[in-house]
Design a protein around this ligand. Structure first.
Ligand SMILES: *Cc1c(COP(=O)(O)O)cnc(C)c1O
Length: 414
């Protein structure tokens, strides 16, 4: 990923904390992303700090229960849904694939147009990644490309709801069903997002994983939520989340053995969410709908103000569906007065932070070299990448902030 907002931000893969950029010093720096933390959030965290229980405990449990209630609050069916709090979405994706038995010799299909976390978890398990191209209309994984990449070794598909727009889940799920494949949704951008009227998290995939990283639509600093209807998957993930400790063994023996007793049933991971982080999540979740509405307003304001410029505006959701607007991704047309890199530099000089989501995986040395990839295999992702930039979008941005960004872009492209 490229970062254009100063030396501090260059160390931060998500460009959250721009250091003071150069002149003009009179304009305040408009960051690319900013979490909205309220006094209520702070109070909940302080309550945890004073409680004497700061790691996984009552708040993490409540966060899981609240998350399930939130997923169902628009009437979607959440019967049998398990919500498992983890310390990152990366951890949740890893746990989901592990519980599905993905391992050496297996292949998992995902989009090249994503963050490396989506794909790296496949390699953690010794399985191989098959990267495929996107649909240029949506920037989401192209169902036809999925179908073309299926081999006898294929075990799973990992769609990403890029920018917060749902991937074509009806098609992805139909392909998976036809070929007997598992589906794990990378929903790091997708809160709140709906697909064909249903909340992402309640669809018919095997597992869905949300991220609460600092720049995501709700945050716990670091954190994630693994959601599944598969009871066996949930049980395995709960055990593997904490060192492979079997709670069952604990439960079976509590009547006769004191509470120090546990059994290790597998070489598990350290992926549990702390109560400090969960405390932050409790308040953030209550605001998720307001946050979503504000992001949608900002996107609409951008769309309106950038109309008529030599750009492709971001794809919107289908009528009746929700787009979370985690990212607002603009693409420049060839006739624009300057290219993407020059525009980002121009905006930075105007003290406006931007980013690029993402340098596609096929361009990164590890993925390129491991699978011998070239841009010609991913023409749509490559073309989008060359032309794209992500504009600032976060809940505390004012309408004037949005218009300031638009004016700077208009000046540059004219
Ligand atoms: C942020 C992100 C992740 C990883 O989330 P973490 O909570 O930081 O592990 C995975 N996939 C995508 C598409 C992301 O944007």
């Amino acid at each position: 990923m490229e970062c254009f907002a100063g030396p501090l931000a260059a160390q931060d893969p998500f460009c959250m904390n721009p250091a003071d950029p150069p002149a003009p010093p009179t304009l305040p720096f408009l960051p690319f992303a900013l979490p909205e933390i309220g006094e209520d959030d702070i109070a909940e965290v302080v309550d945890t700090l004073r409680s004497g229980w700061i790691t996984t405990g009552p708040k993490a449990k409540r966060f899981e229960a609240d998350f399930k209630a939130w997923l169902g609050d628009a009437g979607d069916n959440t019967d049998g849904l398990h919500c498992i709090a983890v310390n990152s979405a990366t951890a949740g994706l890893h746990l989901a694939l592990e519980a599905l038995g993905i391992g050496p010799g297996d292949e998992v299909i995902t989009t090249t147009h994503t963050f490396t976390a989506t794909a790296e978890v496949v390699r953690y398990l010794g399985a191989d990644v098959r990267l495929v191209d996107i649909d240029p209309a949506t920037l989401n994984i192209d169902p036809a490309a999925i179908e073309a990449a299926i081999t006898p070794r294929t075990k799973a598909i990992m769609p990403v709801h890029y920018a917060g727009l749902a991937a074509d889940m009806p098609q992805v799920l139909a392909i998976a069903q036809r070929h007997g494949l598992k589906v794990v949704e990378d929903a790091a951008h997708a809160l709140p997002t709906t697909s064909a009227g249903r909340r992402v998290g309640t669809l018919d995939s095997d597992a869905t994983v949300f991220s609460f990283y600092a720049n995501k639509t709700i945050t716990t600093g670091e954190g994630g939520m693994l959601v599944t209807r598969n009871a066996a998957l949930a049980k395995r993930a709960q055990v593997m989340r904490l060192h492979g400790m079997s709670r069952d063994a604990f439960d079976r023996f509590t009547a006769t053995v004191p509470s120090w007793y546990y059994e290790i049933v597998a070489p598990g991971f350290k992926y549990n969410l702390t109560d400090i982080a969960a405390a932050l999540g409790l308040g953030q979740l209550k605001k998720a709908h307001r946050f979503g509405q504000r992001r949608a307003q900002i996107a609409a304001l951008y769309n309106q103000a950038l109309q008529g410029l030599p750009v492709i505006l971001p794809p919107d959701s289908l009528p009746g569906d929700l787009h979370s607007w985690h990212l607002y991704v603009l693409r420049l047309l060839p006739q624009a007065a300057m290219g993407r890199n020059a525009l980002i530099e121009h905006l930075f000089a105007q003290r406006i932070g931007c980013s690029v989501h993402y340098t596609p995986l096929h361009l990164h040395p590890y993925w390129r070299d491991r699978y011998g990839l070239s841009p010609t295999q991913f023409p749509q992702s490559q073309q989008a990448f060359d032309a794209m930039l992500s504009l600032p979008i976060y809940t505390s941005m004012t309408d004037d902030d949005v218009l300031r960004v638009c004016e700077a872009i208009k000046t540059a492209l004219r």
